[in-house]
Design a protein. Structure first.
Length: 283
């Protein structure tokens, strides 16, 4: 119980209730005092693309990062940053006082899609040196853990956005979570956002649909020796029925059906998502 008490003592007062047994849900917005001006400036910055900014009403980056406890002097790694939606905020925010690492696909992967994704991210960094000149690009963890990101126990925060379903599908979820645990400092935070499946959804359905139950996420994180500190409904979307024929990819921004029921899916918006904050225990 001593570890539990120390975790609670680190939480802002408004968040303590969410860390109590049962993890009560957090309100949809963070208290104003939890969001510093530099983070707000990074979210509102003119360097962000209009296409990315258009996703803010669905992804709530300001409130989400505040909920995860991000601070400007932290050392942070974002796993599988894709095209750089969150890195466009994190890299400039961490630039002066902290350190931002992006763990992308391996440069020598045999997967053509993954090679293109990493190459696109490299090009993005090169085109915006004022944003990314102090960011570090590395490789996602493999079964043996991180190889080129940083030494064990050196990170304050590990973040992942909408990737758990991918790791569940390719069988790497457990190894990735264990690597995250090893990378974090004792007391460090793992922040997770992903598409939320209805309770009781079968594993194979999760893999096919892209939606993951909160129970599975909590179970796998617990097996990797994480403690669930709090949940938030920041990224919830009650309009999402989560039963689309094309899975989560039916919704924007993917719109995999293209013009098929396009207006219907645009009206729903992006997926219903859970937002969890986990802690590597102090002991």
């Amino acid at each position: 119980m001593q570890t539990r008490r120390r975790v609670l003592q680190t939480l802002p007062g408004a968040l303590v209730a969410a860390a109590l047994p049962g993890c009560a849900q957090q309100p949809a917005t963070a208290a104003a005092g939890e969001i510093d001006a530099a983070l707000r400036a990074a979210v509102d910055g003119a360097h962000r693309s209009p296409a990315n900014r258009a996703r803010d009403p669905w992804r709530h980056p300001l409130e989400t990062l505040a909920f995860f406890g991000l601070q400007p002097a932290h050392t942070v790694v974002e796993l599988q940053p894709g095209g750089g939606w969150y890195s466009e905020i994190l890299a400039p925010y961490m630039r002066e006082r902290g350190r931002y690492f992006a763990a992308h696909f391996a440069a020598d992967t045999t997967n053509a899609y993954q090679r293109r994704a990493r190459a696109g991210f490299v090009a993005r960094m090169a085109q915006a040196p004022a944003v990314y000149d102090r960011a570090t690009l590395g490789t996602l963890p493999a079964a043996a853990g991180f190889t080129d990101i940083g030494p064990p126990g050196s990170f304050d925060l590990v973040l992942t956005f909408r990737n758990v379903h991918n790791w569940l599908g390719d069988g790497s979820l457990d190894a990735t979570l264990r690597a995250c645990h090893a990378l974090l400092k004792p007391g460090g935070t793992l922040g997770v956002v992903d598409h939320r499946a209805a309770p009781g959804t079968a594993l194979e359905t999760m893999k096919k649909s892209g939606y993951v139950t909160e129970a599975l996420m909590e179970e796998r994180a617990r097996a990797a020796r994480f403690t669930l500190a709090a949940k938030s409904e920041i990224n919830a979307n009650p309009r999402d029925s989560r039963d689309h024929l094309g899975g989560v990819w039916s919704l924007p921004p993917t719109l995999s059906g293209k013009d098929v029921r396009r207006e219907h899916f645009l009206a729903i918006g992006e997926s219903d998502r859970f937002t969890h904050r986990y802690t590597r225990p102090l002991a």
